[in-house]
Design a protein around this ligand. Sequence first.
Ligand code: GLP
Length: 274
Amino acid sequence: MEVIVTPDAESMGWVATRLIADLVRRKPRCALGLATGSTPLRTYRQLIQLHREEGLDFSQVVTFNLDEYYPITPDHPQSYRYFMNENFFKHINIPLTPRDGNRRWGNTYVPDGTAEDVEAHCLWYEERIKEEGGIDLQLLGVGSNGHIAFNEPTSSLGSRTRLKTLTQKTIEDNARFFDNDMSKVPKHAITMGIGTILDARVIVLQANGEKKADAIARAIEGPITSMCPASALQLHPEVYFVIDEAAASKLKYRDYYDHVQELKKHLRAPRVEG
Ligand code: GLP
């Protein structure tokens, strides 16, 4: 587990951007696990910049998004499909032609908020990830209640893709995207499970701002508990917590994390820290 504290949100974005860009260059047909929310937006903007300025090539990359509200249509401006198309996919050279209903757009997968048989769709989603050889790098944000994707507190740490009921806290947090009207926020979501997320080869969790400080302290230094789904990441062999100063403000071992990063500048440190 590596904790990388950055001076601000922009540099937080760049750390994840570089990890993703390195992977895409090393393995052009990689599978990226992607997230929505305001946190990863900088990384998407920066990756678009690398695509435009340095020709970073996404033509063979396959992507799987973590989650989608349910029910919701892909053309709804708050659907995660719409978010991904508008903020990232349309601006890079990833194949994006819809086929197979709403289940797949080119090389990009987002759970289908219009699926009639949700259970079958969730199984299919898991199968597709497996058939692509598993997720190479999963980008994550964190909810202020410690959720990852839409795995709310008390989610099974071994859970797979399924329908989840959103907590009141998440509905409150996300109402800002629905005209500040909680009644407009869908009550459910289809989400990869914690077990699905832990199967990714590398995990990069980003968080910025004081509102995330509690969740980050619980995720990194608290006990592993379903009450804080992000704490399950402690079980993963290659996870990077990339957080800004404000999100790091409640960490007790901050000096140690900085010391490790400082030494890494001078040594050729192993890629994986246990
Ligand atoms: C939603 C998403 C999560 C995301 C979280 C935080 O609930 N399902 O994947 O991490 O929001 O969002 P933000 O980055 O806007 O704080």
